[in-house]
Design a protein around this ligand. Structure first.
Ligand SMILES: NC(=O)C[C@H](N)C(=O)O
Length: 329
């Protein structure tokens, strides 16, 4: 009896096509799921595979509606006895956000593995088929149970919580700058060395099963000499939360800080993150979070802090509780 794996296809470069095999110019989200599977014939030895096309887009066009569709579909499928794991094909640009959203909203310990590619399907040395193969064998393996949502990329396996895209074009773009990969896939099997201690999936309190939209949370990038324009515009446009991507340990230019204080007075939840790309944004460092009523993102980057704040705001506006979420998930 082979494990049953369902592939949910959403597009990305892995489904992209180009006229020139050696160019970075191509269109993402062109090939249907059947064509992606045809490029990994050996995978059938490891799993019975079914495919569903959810959308076919470049992941720069990913949105809340597709996140909710994916979360609900994963929850439905993983309840079925005849589904052992899910692979999601996805673009690399925003895979970390989609994956983290699923990590917090899918209520199952069965594996979910996101895969993508940097070279499109018509490129010389396209990396999609190997990543898809690794995704399938990882989703089919009992060792992957209870690991949270995973990413198989360039031979490595990552906890999606820790992962980010680090390079615009290179096949080794996926990295976990703080905590590294948790395993490696080869010869048709995943081998694990670490496991995240942060809560996910079956232990997550977030429930999107009845939701059709998510709270509006935006991201403001910090820099020298910045003014209040972007912050004020987001507040006027009804942001419920702002992730401020501060310099260093989440530090803030004085004029921007004044604008954030005003935003906070209007009830907007402010989360400080860092533009450094690694490390924790720590409480009460150079910024007096307690006095200001700010939250810190801990080791999450801005795009993942945004996902967590959106979900946190579906259940509470309490700052202490939101801060606790950032130390829990
Ligand atoms: N490599 C990729 O997949 C990039 C593409 N723009 C996407 O995210 O869909």
């Amino acid at each position: 009896e082979k494990p049953n794996v369902v592939i949910l296809a959403t597009g990305g470069t892995i489904a992209g096509k180009s006229d020139a095999a050696t160019s970075t110019k191509y269109t993402a989200g062109q090939l249907p799921i059947e064509d992606l599977l045809a490029a990994v014939p050996g995978a059938e030895e490891y799993a019975s595979i079914k495919g569903e096309q959810v959308v076919n887009i470049g992941s720069q066009a990913m949105n809340d509606k597709v996140w909710l569709t994916l979360a609900k579909r994963c929850n439905e499928l993983l309840k079925q006895e005849d589904v052992d794991g899910i692979v999601i094909t996805h673009g690399t640009d925003t895979k970390e956000a989609t994956g983290y959203f699923l990590n917090l909203t899918v209520k199952s310990d069965k594996p979910i593995v996101l895969v993508s590619s940097m070279r499109n399907s018509t490129s010389i040395s396209a990396d999609g088929p190997k990543n898809l193969f690794d995704g399938i064998i990882t989703a089919a393996a009992p060792e992957s149970k209870g690991m949270g949502v995973l990413v198989a990329s360039n031979d490595y396996i990552y906890a999606v919580r820790d992962l980010t895209k680090t390079n615009t074009t290179n096949v080794a773009t996926m990295k976990a700058p703080n905590w590294g990969p948790i395993g490696v896939a080869y010869n048709g099997k995943p081998y694990y060395y670490h496991k995240t201690l942060r809560k996910h999936t079956t232990e997550s309190e977030f429930d999107v099963s009845e939701l059709t939209k998510l709270p509006k949370v935006d991201i403001v990038y910090g820099y020298s000499n910045m003014d209040a324009t972007a912050i004020n515009a987001f507040v006027e446009n009804k942001s419920k939360g702002l992730i401020f991507v501060g310099v260093g340990n989440g530090n803030i230019y004085p004029d921007a800080l004044e604008a954030l204080k005003e935003a906070r007075k209007k009830g907007v939840v402010i989360v400080r993150a860092s533009r450094t790309g690694s490390g924790r944004t720590t409480l009460d460092a150079e910024v007096d979070d307690k006095a200001l009523g700010f939250v810190v993102a801990d080791d999450l980057n801005a795009q993942k802090a945004r996902v967590l704040l959106m979900l946190a705001l579906t259940k509470t506006n309490d700052l202490a509780e939101i801060q606790k979420d950032f130390f829990t998930y």
